[in-house]
Ligand binder design. Structure first.
Ligand code: ADP
Ligand code: ZN
Length: 644
């Protein structure tokens, strides 16, 4: 091993050592492209800024280099729960890792100190508070450190969604350890946050690695909310026995929705910051241990939730920004297997957020620019919900990345769950005429009243009951007409003026539609349950159609298990739960769902074959191999269910 940091060994030597570490410790056969680059940057002793979406595999980037170089790396992480989880997971891999934070018994702290001093550790997780306690940095300086990895690095930026003042002091670290490379990791993609991180941490010509923000294994659905409990229950029903998170805007909604779901026979629990700390900890524990699968929560739930097999995230109300939506939907399918994200929204949600923003602006005397930017973020989110445009494409573009597929095969729009309004063009012309005939001086409420033939005083006063458009769309209900107007505005075929009393005005697009030089398209908002296109039926359909129609993407997201494989998978899950509970760790740390699926599909018959399975390295084979081989054998001895 080359110990001199000034003379980095050749890449080939690195690659050989890397492959060995990867297979032996982690049971992986290959690195993802950005992981390779990040790890090489680290091995070359360079600073790096790594931006990858949740589930992208950031942790491997700082876990691998210390095993290659033999030098200790310090990981700064803001959440004790996440640190603990990672340390437990690493120990199951036989990886020498430990954490130092405020919640440890003295004996444990002492053991960790001795491990560092004895040179046995390769990763040490530290909370930022701990880092700056008396004498800690001086103590650290005694050891030949390989790197500092700053996890959740966006916490250093007030432009991020999770600013933590204690992260600001990390700038001092750099001054204190000028020779040690710094690696920052985040899932927050905006360029402003990225720049802020590099600057605040004093990164030196960092290698910037920005991953793809699209999550191909997630199927996005957006529906107007007409019966939240029914819609949420249907979605949960599409993922029986799987982990689901339902997000609500307000605490009281989490409680009432939980009741409504329970009344439908779903064992759900409410989680919000108003609960006692003990109750909250217990809920998180139950969720991690698979004793509880459905959590109805406010935003307070999630930070620190590392369960990788969440199959469904429902938003029962509109999030306040696309960043927040991406963050929360990001908790689905971290294991790379298919998962669903359902957003239920109504125009009232946006109004509610607007008043929350304005109220807190008054309370905290926020400056006008900050308030305006919050309104802008909300507006973008609302538009995302309203506009029937490929969700994968819209999200990718929001984060500044081009989306390369015409049909994602994994969103309500591309799956054809939207029903086009058959006479859309005529309906649009009637709406636009009503705006024209009333002189482009009214908001949507008045225009809707005219179209529906309202007998209200305002209509009569202005003589609008004598217009040719009066009552032309009397058969369409108010909410739906409002939605059509929103769709026209979204498409740029109508404009809503700014200000306190916005009015509708015509655009170039309006005139094209009125003249008939262009066909208007409107889609029906969901007023009935969508067709049952769960991730599993979609997989079945892809399998039936050889995944041809939807192209390569849906195929990549699919992992069809036959009925018998599925039965075996469930059996392995039970075994995993038992082993995890004996060890006192969450089941996903024993093996991920991805590993269990591969075991169910490949059914290795001996230890050598088992090592070929993704996620099974040497140590896990030793710890769990025999138990899983026995389960596979027992299953094989029974007659198959259904079969392929
Ligand atoms: P992040 O921290 O970016 O959210 P993680 O580090 O938790 O992501 O990784 C997400 C999942 O991907 C984990 O289950 C991890 O085991 C898996 N994973 C990471 N890298 C690889 C790889 N090279 N091959 C296979 N699986 C991987
Ligand atoms: Zn799509």
């Amino acid at each position: 091993m080359a110990a001199d940091p000034d003379v980095p060994p050749a890449r080939d030597a690195h690659d050989a050592a890397l492959g060995e570490v990867l297979a032996r410790t982690f049971g992986f056969t290959s690195l993802r492209p950005l992981q390779r680059e990040a790890i090489h940057a680290a091995l070359d002793g360079r600073d790096a800024l790594v931006v990858m979406p949740t589930g992208g595999g950031k942790s491997l980037c700082y876990q691998v280099p210390p095993l290659v170089t033999g030098r200790l790396a310090i990981v700064v992480s803001p959440l004790i729960a996440l640190m603990q989880d990672q340390v437990e997971g690493l120990r199951l891999l036989g990886y020498p890792a430990a954490a130092l934070h405020g919640n440890l018994a003295a004996a444990e702290r002492e053991a960790t100190r001795r491990a560092v001093e004895g040179g046995a550790l390769r990763l040490l997780f530290v909370s930022p508070e701990r880092l700056f306690q008396d004498g800690f940095l001086a103590w650290l300086a005694r050891f030949p450190l390989g790197a500092f990895a700053i996890d959740e690095a966006h916490c250093i930026s007030q432009w991020g969604h999770d600013f933590r003042p204690e992260y600001r002091r990390l700038a001092e670290l750099r001054e204190r350890f000028p020779a040690v490379p710094f690696h920052a990791f985040t899932a927050t993609a905006t360029p402003r946050v990225r720049e802020d991180i590099a600057q605040q941490l004093g990164l030196r010509e960092p290698v910037e690695l920005v991953g793809t923000f699209d999550r191909p294994n997630l199927t996005y659905r957006v529906q107007q909310r007409y019966d939240r409990a029914e819609q949420a229950a249907q979605a949960i029903g599409r993922h029986p026995g799987a982990a689901s998170i339902v997000y609500c805007i307000a605490r009281k909604d989490t409680e009432s929705l939980t009741e409504e779901l329970r009344a439908r026979g779903i064992a759900a629990a409410a989680y919000h910051a108003g609960l006692e700390a003990g109750t909250r900890t217990q809920l998180v524990e139950d969720f991690r241990a698979e004793r509880l699968d459905v959590v109805v929560a406010t935003v307070a739930f999630g930070m620190g939730i590392d369960r990788s097999d969440v199959r469904l995230v429902v938003h029962a109300g509109l999030p306040k920004s696309i960043e927040q939506y991406q963050q929360e939907t990001g908790r689905a399918g971290r294991d790379g297997l298919p998962a669903e994200c359902l957003l239920l929204y109504s125009a009232a949600d946006a109004a509610k957020w607007r008043s929350i923003i304005d109220r807190s602006a008054l309370e905290f005397e926020a400056d006008a620019e900050t308030v305006a930017s919050q309104h802008e973020l909300l507006q973008r989110m609302h538009r995302f919900a309203q506009r029937p445009r490929c969700r994968h494409r819209t999200l990718s573009e929001y984060f500044g990345q081009e989306y390369p597929h015409a049909d994602c095969g994994a969103c309500d729009v591309c799956l054809g769950e939207y029903v086009p309004v058959p006479d859309a063009h005529v309906v649009a012309q009637k709406i636009l005429s009503a705006v024209a005939r009333t002189g482009q001086r009214f908001g949507s409420k008045h225009v809707i009243d005219v179209l529906r033939g309202s007998q209200g005083a305002k209509i009569k006063e202005r003589g609008h009951d004598r217009l040719s458009v009066f009552g032309l769309l009397a058969a369409v209900d108010v909410q739906r007409l409002g939605n059509y107007i929103d769709q026209l505005v979204d498409a740029g075929d109508l404009e809503r003026s700014e200000g306190e009393y916005p009015v509708l005005v015509l655009t170039k697009g309006s005139h094209e539609i009125l003249r008939g030089t262009r066909e208007a398209v409107l889609v029906a908002p969901h007023v009935a349950p969508p067709p049952p296109t769960s991730t599993s039926t979609r997989r079945d359909r892809d399998r039936d159609q050889g995944a041809g129609r939807r192209g390569a993407r849906a195929a990549a997201a699919s992992s069809a298990l036959s009925d018998d494989d599925r039965a075996l998978f469930e059996r392995l899950r039970v075994l995993r739960r038992g082993l995890a509970s004996e060890l006192g760790v969450p089941p996903y740390l024993v093996f991920s769902d991805a590993t269990l699926e591969e075991l169910a599909r490949l059914r290795p018959a001996n230890e050598a074959a088992m090592l070929q399975v993704k996620g099974i390295g040497q140590r896990k084979l030793e710890s769990f191999g025999a138990a899983f081989l026995a389960a596979l054998r027992a299953h094989g001895a029974e007659p198959a269910l259904g079969g392929d």
